[in-house]
Structure formats: C-alpha cells, structure tokens
Design a protein around this ligand. Structure first.
Ligand code: HEM
Length: 578
C-alpha cells in the first residue's frame, strides 16, 4: 500500500533494457555515506548542517530509473532498498520519472514528520489510483472520502474508527470461532485431500476471519464441503482485483488504453462490490429485524411486569441507558457470538444504510488480502524455522492449554507469539518502506545533519536499512524472535540497535499517525488468533525444506505485487499434533 510509480511501465520496461551506468562512475558528485550516521537523539550540540542526500546519476526525464532497474526494479524492490542502503548510506534520494523520493533509515525522522502531519494528513492508500478512480467513476461517495485528505476523509474516518479501530477486541469471540472452523478442516483441505493450495488457504482464511468481524459469522470458505459458490466467487474476485491492482499501479497505460489487465480489474472489482453490497443489504436488514425482535420481546416483558416506561429497556433505567450506548458495553441485540461491525454501525445510527452498504466492498478489498500476505510470510517463517515453531507451540500449549484465543489478556500473555510476528515483519516485511508525504516543506535532522524536503515529495523509511544491518542487528538474515524478548529489549535500550529494532514505527506494517491503517488492530487480532489455533493443532512444514526463507537454493523470490509476496509460494504440509 505504500509503493507507487506514477509513470507508464511500458516506458520503464523499454528503459530497463538500456545498459545502466555503473553507479560509482555516474554519481552526481555527492559522496555516499558508507557508515550510517545514526543518532539516538534528535538534539545535537551544534546546529545541524544542511546536507544534500546523495543520489545515483539523474538522467533527464527518467531520473534514476536505470539505477533502479539495475538493482532489481519493481519485482526486486527489497533488493533495491537493501543495496541502495549499502552503497549510499542511511539517507539517499531516488527520482523515478519525475517521482522524487528521499529515503531515510533513522526512524526518529519519522517522528519529526509525524509532528508536522497536521489535521488532514496525506494517506499511503491515496496513491492507489485504480481504486480511487473506480470509486469516482461509480459515484461511490463514501468510499471516495477515504481516499482523500480533507474534512471528508476525517468525517469518513470518524464514522468508522470507533467500531473497527477502537473496539477491535469486541470481535475476538467471532474471530476465534472462525479460526476454530478453519483449523478443523485445514489438514484435510491442504494436506489430505489437497483441495486448496496453501496460498489460497491463507486468502480464504483471511476472508473467513474478516467476514466474521463484519457480518458476525464465518462463511467457511476454507471448507470445500460447506463453502457456497457465491462466497468462493467473492473471495476469488476480491483477490484477483487486489493482485491486478498491484500490476496496474505500475502500469497506468492499461487504464488509458483499456488494456486486458484493466478490464480484468474492472470485472473483478465489480463482482466484489456487487456481492458485498448484496451481503451488506442482507446484513443491515437482518440487524434491523433482530433489533426489532428484541425490542418487541422487551416491550412484551415490560407489559407482563406492569411497566411501560421504555419498550427497549423492559422498564429498567440502566438497560435504557445501555441501549443508547454504542461503545464497549452497548446492549446491541445480536444472534451472533458478539455484535458484528454491521450491527454496531446500524445500532450507532450515524450512517445511512446505503453508506453502510457501500463501505464494505472497499474494506474487504483493503482488509482481506493484506492480512493474507502478512500471514503468508509469518507461516513461511514458521515452516522455515521448525525449532522456533516448536517453542511457539509450547508457549501456546502452556498459556492456552488447547483453548481458542478470545481475550486481550491471553494475547498479552503470549509474548513469544508477539516476538515471532515482530521478527517476521523485520525479516520479511510486506513492504520494504514505510512512506509519508507532507503538504508543507520540512527540514528533518538525523545524525547531526539536516535535510530539506519540499512539500509533496515522498519520504520513505527504509525497512531494509538498519533492521538488516549487522552493525546494529546481530545475524540479521536469521529468524530469531528471541531478539524481541523483554531482556533483550531492556539490554539495548538507548543504543542504535534499539532504534533499528524497537522504535514504534518498526513494530508492524500498518504505518503511524492519524493515517495509521484503520484495520491494524483487527488484522493483528486475526493473525494472532489464527496462529494460536493452527499451531496448537498442527505442525506446519515445507514439502521441500530447500524452500526455507534462508535457503540459498530456494526456487521462489520475494516479488512486489501490491505487497511483497513469496513467488511462487512454496507448498506446505499440515500434520496434526499428537
Ligand atoms: C496485515 C494487514 C494489513 C496491512 C499490512 C495494512 C497496511 C496498511 C497501510 C500501510 C496503510 C497506510 C497507512 C498510512 O497511510 O500511513 C493502510 C491503510 C488502510 N487500511 Fe490497512 N492494512 C492491513 C489490514 C487492513 C484491514 C483488515 C482493513 C479493514 C478494516 C484495512 C483497511 C485500511 C484502510 C481503510 C486504510 C486507509 C486508512 C486511512 O487512510 O485513514 N487494512 N493499511
């Protein structure tokens, strides 16, 4: 969600065939910094010197594009950011077809940027123009608001924040129920009968869990004996639209000339929106019916008790107050394990039914495959590191004793699980950068140097810089969740290693500040619940151990789609634990 190249890929590909100049011979005169200059404080004794960050040779029009391609291009984005850090140091610039970027490695710079964010910050998701254009062309007014950065965005965000971001933990019972259903059939579907490829399994699991949040129950698309054709169509179409978007972002000519890829995107996003609208309308109707049924029952009870003061409260003033609440303790009638997101929105009464209907398609687009991508890396790391997986299974068994993960206390007690997710994000992030753009100029300071950045220029934090640098992180290419143990974190406090590993922006892939992913908390809940259930029930292994993340002879590589993906995703076995 954080990456975009705004100019035609056709041109990029043609240019990619031009032999790139040697980076050393063609630098623009700035000396690259070979040792990252990282300070542990933004304050220095002397005034920071305004410095121009180095960049590779900048050609007219195409900018540093040849260098970009020589280092891996769009597919090899991870290698691009890793190798640029090694050769140009902690701060450098790139310019792709007029799209300028300054890349930092010191996460403290992000704090300085966030302090200047203002009331209506620019969001990372805004760069995905295929979605915005579709919403505008189809008059999806509520969805369009989410892709801007003015008062409309604020109104959109405020209308959804309470029920998805703040009250995330109220969905834990439904998520855990979805996970139990997923786990029950996982071994049969993936390993015994092989009805599902493991990568599709992660997508369907993400769809089942997110549907349980929005609609209150899992559609069980991971169970081939129960999944309906319509649900399967839904999950396939939304995955396709998401994946094709990844390609369209780097190939805008497709839209201009109505290319096949763009047509594929339109067919699939239309299917997703149509099916989610249908599902939304059904759920709103059912939420209203459940509410009416409960009110009628309460009124009948009140009548029987001889009181008629408030039909929805059965006459009880406390219940009457609770019924008006829409927060954690709201008395929202439901036939599900907990009130679904739709039931909460209907009960809150701030959004019209057509707005509630319209917002689900975009949320499903934003919330399903993103989670599937992050989970697919997590489980690939688990399968690649059996000793870590065994240790995690032991923690789960000790703390949960076979139970589902349904409470915040349980999540907090699972410190090794949290460390495994942190390590998975460090070693195999879903994007190599975390990006920000401001509407005003800014001067940022790092390592005693000041860098002036103009309004509108993309500022990226290089997640392949410090977290992968052996100067700050011991044995950085290995998967070692122990580096996030309480003792390890305490021991490195105040050192550059703490910046590389423990600065809040390094914790997860959801961004920071007012535009932080609105689904961050529910996505984390889903990923924790599924890991807790699956790893108590199964040992997950690679069919070919040679495909491990750290294997030098693996057949897959990390490729940039809308997010990073192991491509082709290696096959796995799910063996029931004794
Ligand atoms: C592991 C899964 C996910 C990842 C890695 C992810 C990542 C991101 C990132 C990086 C951003 C941009 C943040 C910024 O601008 O600073 C974002 C925004 C957003 N995400 Fe997520 N996301 C995930 C799951 C979800 C889920 C489950 C939902 C559904 C509720 C969701 C809905 C959104 C929306 C609507 C925005 C735009 C928010 C705004 O601009 O105010 N995401 N996400």
């Amino acid at each position: 969600m954080t990456f975009h190249i705004s100019k035609p890929v056709l041109a990029l590909l043609l240019l990619g065939t031009v032999a790139p100049p040697s980076s050393h011979a063609f630098r623009n005169g700035n000396t690259p910094q070979t040792t990252p200059a990282v300070s542990t404080s933004t304050k220095t004794n002397t005034d920071p010197v305004v410095t121009e960050a180095p960049m590779p040779f900048k050609w007219p029009i195409i900018g540093t594009l040849p260098e970009f391609f020589s280092r891996g291009g769009v597919d090899g984005l991870i290698t691009v950011y890793e190798s640029m850090y090694k050769d140009y140091g902690p701060v450098y610039r790139m310019s792709l077809m007029g799209d300028d970027e300054i890349v930092f490695s010191d996460p403290q710079i992000f704090d300085q940027i966030l302090r200047k964010e203002g009331k209506f910050p620019i969001g990372g998701a805004e760069g995905i123009s295929t979605f915005t254009d579709y919403y505008v062309e189809n008059d999806m007014q509520h969805a369009v608001k989410s892709m801007g950065h003015g008062p409309d965005w604020k109104e959109w965000r405020s209308s959804l924040n309470p029920d998805i971001f703040v009250l995330w933990d109220t969905y834990l019972p439904s998520i855990a129920d979805a996970c139990a259903k997923i786990s029950k059939v996982a071994g049969r579907e993936v390993t015994e009968e092989k009805t599902l490829e493991i990568s599709d399994f992660w997508s369907r699991a993400a769809f089942d869990m997110f549907s349980a949040i929005i609609y209150g129950e899992s559609p069980q698309t991971t169970d081939s004996r129960k999944a309906t054709a319509e649900d399967i169509e839904f999950v396939i179409a939304s995955k396709k639209a998401f994946d094709v978007t990844g390609s369209l972002v780097t190939d805008p000519l497709q839209k201009v000339f109505g290319g096949d890829l763009y047509k594929e995107f339109v067919v699939n996003i239309e299917k997703t929106i149509t099916l989610s609208n249908k599902r939304g309308m059904e759920n709103i109707r059912s939420a209203k019916e459940t509410s009416a049924k409960h009110q009628a029952a309460a009124a009948a009870q009140a009548k029987a008790d001889g009181s008629d003061s408030d039909s929805s409260s059965g006459g009880c003033p406390i219940t009457a107050i609770q019924n008006k609440l829409t927060g954690r303790n709201a008395n929202i009638p439901t036939e599900n394990l907990n009130p679904s997101f739709i039931e909460r929105l209907v009960s809150r009464g701030e959004l019209a039914p057509d707005a509630i209907t319209e917002l689900q398609g975009p949320l499903l687009m934003a919330g399903v495959d993103t989670t599937a991508y992050a989970m697919s890396w997590f489980f690939l790391n688990m399968a690649s590191n059996p000793e870590v997986q065994t240790k995690l299974a032991e923690e789960l068994s000790e703390k949960l004793n076979g139970a589902d993960l349904t409470t915040v206390d349980q999540i907090e007690s699972l410190t090794y699980l949290q460390a495994c997710y942190r390590e998975s994000h460090r070693l195999t992030p879903v994007a190599p950068i975390s990006a920000k753009t401001l509407e005003q100029d800014i001067t940022v300071v790092s390592g005693g140097k000041a860098y002036e950045v103009s309004a509108g220029q993309r500022m990226s934090l290089n997640l392949r810089g410090m977290p992968m640098d052996p100067e700050f992180v011991e044995d950085p290419t290995s998967f070692k969740p122990e580096r996030f143990s309480e003792d390890a974190v305490k021991a490195r406090k105040g050192t550059p290693a703490a910046l590389a590993l423990d600065h809040p922006i390094m914790h997860d892939p959801f961004g920071k500040g007012k535009r932080r992913c609105i689904g961050a908390n529910v996505a984390k809940a889903e990923m924790f619940c599924l890991a807790a259930r699956l790893l108590q029930d199964y040992e997950i292994s690679l069919v070919d151990p040679n495909e491990a993340v750290h294997s030098p002879t693996k057949s897959w590589s990390a490729k940039q789609k809308l997010m990073q993906l192991a491509d082709p995703y290696p096959a796995m076995l799910l063996t029931p634990r004794a």
